[in-house]
Design a protein around this ligand. Structure first.
Ligand SMILES: C[S@@+](CC[C@H](N)C(=O)[O-])C[C@H]1O[C@@H](n2cnc3c(N)ncnc32)[C@H](O)[C@@H]1O
Length: 329
């Protein structure tokens, strides 16, 4: 079972979603949440408080000249400087997994079940993936920060104690660097304590390729110089024949300084530039805005699905397709 967007259903959904206009207004406070999280001043409070946290985050990362800035991310988590955190799953992912046309493209039952979320942060979206993809799925939440994974573990445990859902996938939390080989990642927690194959350091056991990779607020968190490496790593981790990459592109801010971040403003072309050279191309639908995002991110996000070009239907002639992003319409 896998997500396929080339169908008429997929196209109808795209058109519907395109009706959500993408604002070209620059918002200096790009991480502001909808206020649904705790009122600790990090989100949901005054714009100035959030901006102060954004500035603190930028200061720390600016001063860190190491390649992948792992210590700084860990310190940000330890200090509670996490202005990006929605404190809830994004409704966009929920809607994508609920409404995107699902079509069987393989007889393999494992297809679509090995999922990676790089830079998973506090892990709310891992719950969405595990519940929507079902009990055969294994969702790996990867983060370079140990403290972020402790937070994610608590989020998963809290959800488990208050949820009646039984047929969910297994969530593994892995500490490691996205840019390093998966066999260097350490599984630090599993929601499936009964299955030893899923509860130890087992990432190499299901290979280094994933059926689905989901990127939200990870690409934009990286220094611009790491974007080519992000593209190469994504391409190498994506299962070649059926794998799908779901990017929830954020923040789309056409009028903002693209060199100022994180979050560094993104465009569709930024992703395309670093993926296409590795043979990862857009699926047949063009990027679209979801009607479901949190209020503060309306107009700043676009949904896009990608896959290796060898898996794009030749009949559909999608390989050379250069879509017009919604943000430019
Ligand atoms: C801006 S936060 C976004 C977190 C989460 N995706 C969200 O939407 O709330 C970026 C996350 O990526 C993690 N991170 C940064 N560089 C990383 C790397 N090279 N490998 C793995 N995780 C990384 C950080 O620790 C942080 O939790």
């Amino acid at each position: 079972m896998w997500l396929r967007l080339g169908s008429s259903v997929g196209r109808r959904l795209m058109v519907q979603r395109q009706r959500t206009a993408v604002s070209h207004t620059t918002c200096t406070c790009m991480y502001m949440s909808d206020g649904s999280g705790p009122s600790n001043g990090k989100i949901g409070g005054k714009k100035g408080q959030t901006m102060a946290l954004v500035e603190k985050m930028r200061d720390k990362l600016d001063r860190d000249s190491t390649l992948h800035q792992g210590d700084s991310w860990e310190e940000l988590w330890q200090e509670g400087v996490t202005p990006w955190d929605l404190h809830q799953p994004t409704p966009v992912l929920q809607q994508e997994l609920d409404t995107t046309a699902l079509t069987s493209t393989s007889t393999s039952s494992s297809v679509g079940k090995r999922v990676l979320v790089p830079g998973c942060g506090s892990g709310f979206d891992l719950i969405t993936l595990a519940e929507r993809l079902g009990q055969d799925s294994v969702i790996v939440g990867l983060d370079i920060s140990t403290t972020s994974l402790q937070r994610a573990q608590q989020v998963l445990l809290d959800h488990h104690s208050s949820s009646n859902t039984t047929s969910t996938g297994t969530v593994l939390l892995a500490q490691g660097d996205f840019f390093e080989r998966p066999d260097s990642w350490d599984t630090v927690f599993s929601t499936n304590k009964d299955d030893p194959s899923k509860s130890n350091t087992c990432i190499p056991s299901f290979g280094s390729s994933f059926d689905l990779i989901y990127d939200y607020v990870f690409f934009c968190a990286l220094p611009l110089s790491l974007r080519p490496q992000w593209g190469a790593t994504m391409a190498s981790l994506l299962e070649p024949s059926q794998g799908r990459l779901l990017t929830l592109m954020f923040p789309i801010l056409p009028d903002a300084d693209p060199t100022r971040g994180p979050p560094f403003p993104v465009t569709v072309q930024d992703y395309q530039h670093v993926l296409q050279c590795h043979g990862v191309v857009m699926e047949s639908t063009e990027p679209y805005a979801s009607t479901q995002t949190v209020p503060s991110r309306v107009g700043k996000e676009l949904v896009c699905w990608w896959k290796h070009s060898s898996t794009v239907s030749a009949a559909a002639g999608e390989e050379d397709h250069v879509p017009t992003p919604v943000s430019k319409l």
